[in-house]
Design a protein around this ligand. Structure first.
Ligand code: ATP
Length: 341
């Protein structure tokens, strides 16, 4: 699927057209959202009701390096997302056949596995873009029913960062990054403008607010899209934990550009520091990737999907030394082994 330049999943209207009024233009802009139509369903960008403040929710045991230890006896209150026996078919094609895994608060998890094994599909199910045929997805312990809509908040902000930038071509960088806030918050325009500049600075961009996407390099577009994913309504009294789902963020990038993106992913995580030196705001993230550099650099724990099931889970450093023949074959790229193409 697309590159880091993704964008969070927006609470768009059910039409394919949205109108953006930024207050600093003489007319409202008509934005064709059909190219990102799936985002209208996802939405976890509006603050859900009855949320605990993030600090109250944050498990104290995860304030240190124990974050990197995944154990079966984890405290269930630490779990942000759980996939329980998830099945998904497309027509006659059975893609997911009982997927089980949990994502804890503070985790940086990679989903890996052979092509066509359903990695992007499970990401879309978590994001609410697809519904499972069978099985359940729990978000902070609450079962998700169907697709997410603006009225069915999950209690957790979830953003899906598409592989492609998916920026609105007809909007400036400022309007792209502030889109959600212009559309769905009561924040004053000047405050949004300030927040957009601050969020862009957090991903290492300055003085680009008035540019159009066509005036940006590929790497800059990725940063703008990431800024759009992490911008938050600061007037809300509750700050909910946020999860970002990245679908192949480094696909098609050269090794150095990949490193930049991998570091950016780390920098906006709560355990990292953004370009302004402030702690990142993303509680947990999941990266679907094929890239070895991304596996090594951007995630701490891996979930290996094969033939519709999780066949291995472990820490990143355990990946290359695993005795599991499926993992061994995948790590070495060997043609011989249980994975057949
Ligand atoms: N909406 C859809 N309709 C029909 N088939 C689909 C749909 N989405 C995915 N598939 C099929 O499901 C299978 C799994 O797709 P998915 O993109 O989840 O795999 P993946 O593991 O992410 O693959 P890759 O690593 O190659 O990106 C593929 O065979 C794909 O063609």
């Amino acid at each position: 699927m697309s590159s880091l330049v993704g964008s969070s999943v927006y609470p768009l209207n059910s039409r394919n057209v949205s109108y953006l009024s930024t207050g600093n233009r003489t007319s409202r802009k008509k934005v064709d959202t059909s190219s990102i139509y799936t985002r209208k369903f996802v939405c976890c960008s509006m603050a859900p009701q009855n949320l605990k403040p993030a600090d109250e929710f944050r498990p104290s045991k995860f304030n240190d390096s124990s974050l990197n230890l995944f154990t079966e006896d984890l405290d269930e209150t630490d779990v942000l997302i759980e996939c329980k026996d998830v099945y998904k078919s497309f027509g006659e094609k059975h893609i997911l056949s009982g997927v089980n895994f949990k994502i804890k608060y503070g985790e940086a998890v990679g989903i890996i596995g052979p092509s066509g094994t359903g990695k992007s599909t499970i990401l879309k199910i978590i994001a609410g873009l697809l519904t499972p045929d069978k099985g359940e997805v729990y978000i902070r312990g609450r079962r998700r029913h169907g697709l997410i809509s603006d009225d069915d908040m999950s209690g957790l902000r979830i953003g899906l960062v598409f592989q492609s930038a998916a920026l609105f071509d007809s909007l400036t960088v400022r309007e792209n990054v502030g889109f959600l806030l212009y559309e769905h918050s009561r924040m004053p325009r000047d405050k949004i403008q300030e927040l957009v500049a601050e969020t862009l600075a957090a991903v290492g961009l300055k003085d680009v607010e008035d540019r159009m996407p066509s005036e940006l390099s590929g790497g800059m577009k990725k940063r703008v899209a990431l800024a759009r994913s992490i911008i938050n309504d600061t007037t809300k009294t509750t700050i909910e934990p946020e999860v970002l789902l990245y679908d192949e963020p480094t696909a098609g990038l050269d090794p150095i550009a990949s490193t930049v993106v991998e570091d950016l992913i780390r920098s906006v995580h709560c355990k990292g520091n953004d370009a302004l030196g402030k702690p990142g705001k993303i509680a947990s993230y999941v990266v679907v990737t094929h890239q070895h550099s991304t596996i090594r650099r951007a995630v701490d724990r891996l979930v290996f999907l094969h033939e519709g099931k999780v066949v291995w889970e472990g820490m990143t450093h355990e990946f290359t030394s695993s005795a599991n023949p499926i993992v061994q074959q995948f790590a070495s790229g060997n043609l011989d082994g249980p994975i057949r193409y």
